[in-house]
Design a protein around this ligand. Structure first.
Ligand code: FAD
Ligand code: NAP
Length: 543
């Protein structure tokens, strides 16, 4: 592919890029997918750490676009493990014969909009030069790992791992003293599994996290039957819901009930596992008083699950409202701290000073380790996009345009960057939802838009600055009505030094967002400028 000319260039071969390719084919467009990985899967290719699995239930965490696919594929567990998700992704790729238009082990390094040809010129680290009418960034919200700049890291004589770049070969911690840094979802999932294998596990915790039990197990055959017979109705429900899944929606404020009634409802939701708890009341994310009830309830659960009261207190999150940091869903996370071979170190009180040849020093004390696992997360939502040198009209750089925080129209398009789409980009619900629902909605919107343009012989579509500004104000206004800014999280860019402190996802909900996007499309892509070949005047002609 050293030089190529395609209708659509798609960066990323995860759930997003795969479905985008399928939809492009259906439109009769030529398309290529490029990924830095050696194979398909995106998140599920890179995150192979012990215990990695989805925490949205398998039946929902899968494509809905094909009735046959949904009927034929059967998950084995309530929350599928990483290898099973990867098998599923590979199955989809083979089933729809998508692999022949994919290229791996290739990183897109730059994309520049050529105003003369009205096409994107894309370059890769292999020297490819691809010209494309459309450029779709399916680069992932959680694909650029964050490895904090720990002093002395290079000097460590043991093995190091990042959960988001886990090796393909089996990792054996048997007999080893392992340290894990990070207690987000990756840390919470891997800690119990590593603890069961290692001689000793030390968990270095800076901020404790809220976690709800998964109640994981083999998938219930009745649930499978229900989905297989009612999948259309259930998926439609998910698409119009707040978080892209089929949770029972509460219409009650936590403030309107007696303590007994409120706790009974919390208990019922807790018993259902996963994110059901977050949907207990209408106002957990908007009212501090309502949220405090959830905090108290979650603290009570931690104290019940952890034997040592001092350790339990350390594990109780006290510096942020419930659900404003990505909620974890765990299997035996808190109980793991009851094991003799597990210790918890508070690195907020005594920060990590350096990595040493033999381990790690925090609070003046050296912890001897044979291996360190960095469960330190990602440069979320913008990291992968900003790693590419993207230049739009007049050579304006993405980096420059987003220096104070991302600016998008609907999280899908960026003014000054015609025919470029960002799948689940900043300013869309994406990471605050069942992402497969959000991915499908974005891909279908983009494909419909491409179809609209092709049918009318249009050359470019570009978000207007006014529409973009208005959307960003809306994204910010909606977040202002919530408790999200009360947390130091990657949702507000707080995990990466120097990252602008704004709200990255749209918190208005999946269903409401879908309606907005659909209306904009139905109104002839309101807020976008669409130009036909005939209307384009070449800049070379001095227009
Ligand atoms: P990704 O899967 O991230 O794929 C993006 C791809 O783009 C990657 O393969 C990357 O290599 C490639 N890429 C990026 N930049 C370049 C470049 N410059 N050149 C070439 N290739 C490039 N979401 C949920 O809704 N439920 C869950 O339970 C859930 N569990 C998760 C568990 C983990 C461990 C993580 C990290 C995330 C989880 N997510 C979950 C979010 C998950 O990222 C999405 O659900 C989904 O898989 C994203 O798919 P994607 O195709 O948009 O992006
Ligand atoms: P994360 O939520 O960002 O957690 C990173 C952890 O590393 C935090 O505990 C953070 O502490 C800690 N950390 C970072 N820098 C540190 C430092 N210098 N010193 C000490 N601690 C440090 O990342 P993640 O766990 O990889 O999860 C990212 C997202 O991926 C999740 O929120 C979720 O959306 C998705 N995910 C989902 C699942 C699932 O269950 N399906 C699993 C994994 C990931 P602070 O909090 O103090 O910053």
């Amino acid at each position: 592919m050293a030089t190529a000319d395609v209708d659509a260039l798609i960066v990323g071969a995860g759930f997003s890029g795969i479905y985008m390719l399928k939809r492009c084919r259906e439109l009769g467009l030529s398309a290529r997918v490029i990924d830095a990985a050696t194979d398909v899967g995106g998140t599920w290719y890179w995150n192979r750490y012990p215990g990695a699995r989805c925490d949205v239930e398998s039946m929902s965490y899968s494509y809905s676009f094909s009735d046959e696919l949904q009927r034929d594929w059967t998950w084995t567990e309530r929350y599928a493990q990483q290898p099973e998700i990867l098998d599923y992704v590979a199955h989809v790729v083979e089933r729809f014969d998508l692999r022949r238009d994919m290229r791996f082990e290739t990183r897109v390094t730059s994309a520049a909009f050529d105003e003369t040809s009205n096409r994107w010129q894309v370059e890769t680290d292999r020297g490819d030069n691809i010209s494309a009418k459309y450029c779709v960034m399916a680069t992932g919200c959680l694909s650029t790992t964050n490895l904090p700049d720990f002093r002395g890291l290079e000097s460590f004589e043991g093995d190091t791992y990042h959960t988001g770049r886990w090796p393909h070969e089996a990792v054996d911690f048997t007999g080893k003293r392992v340290g894990i840094i990070g207690t987000g979802s990756s840390g919470v999932q891997s800690t119990p599994v590593i603890a069961a294998e290692a001689a000793h596990l030390t968990v270095f915790q800076r901020t404790p996290n809220f976690s709800v039990p998964a109640f994981h197990g083999p998938i219930d055959p009745d649930v499978v039957k229900m989905w297989k017979t009612r999948h259309r109705e259930l998926r439609q429900h998910a698409r119009t819901s707040r978080i892209g899944d089929i949770f029972e929606v509460s219409e009650t404020s936590a403030l309107d009930l007696t303590r007994e009634a409120r706790d009974a409802e919390f208990e019922r939701r807790w018993g259902q596992g996963s994110f059901n708890f977050l949907a207990s009341f209408t106002d957990l994310i908007t009212s501090r008083a309502a949220n405090d009830f959830a905090v108290d309830f979650a603290h009570k659960k931690i104290r019940q699950r952890v034997d040592d009261p001092e350790v339990a207190e350390l594990l109780c999150p006290k510096d942020h409202p419930f659900g404003t940091k990505r909620l974890c869903v765990d299997t035996d996370y808190f109980e793991t701290f009851n094991r003799d071979n597990v210790s918890l170190v508070d690195v907020k009180a005594a920060p990590i000073e350096e990595i040493t040849p033999r381990g790690l020093r925090a609070g003046g004390k050296e912890f001897e380790l044979d291996a360190i696992v960095f469960a330190t997360g990602f440069d979320a939502m913008t990291g992968a996009l900003l790693a590419i040198d993207i230049r739009g009209r007049g050579g304006i750089e993405f980096k420059e345009k987003w220096s104070d925080g991302p600016k998008t129209y609907l999280g899908l398009a960026v003014a000054g960057f015609p025919n470029l789409f960002t799948v689940t980009g900043p300013g869309s619900p994406s990471v605050l939802s069942n992402m497969i629902t959000s991915i499908e909605q974005h891909i279908e919107w983009i494909a419909d838009c491409m179809g609209y343009m092709e049918a009318r012989d249009l050359t470019t579509i570009e978000a207007s600055r006014e529409a973009e500004d208005k959307w960003m104000r809306h994204v910010s206004d909606v977040a202002d009505g919530t408790l999200f800014f009360e947390s130091n999280t990657w949702y507000v860019g707080a995990n990466i030094p120097g990252k602008p402190r704004v709200i990255y996802p749209y918190v208005g909900g999946v269903g409401a967002y879908r309606d907005i996007c659909s209306k904009i499309a139905a109104d002839g892509y309101a807020g976008f400028t669409l130009v036909s070949a005939a209307e384009h005047v070449s800049p070379a002609m001095g227009a």
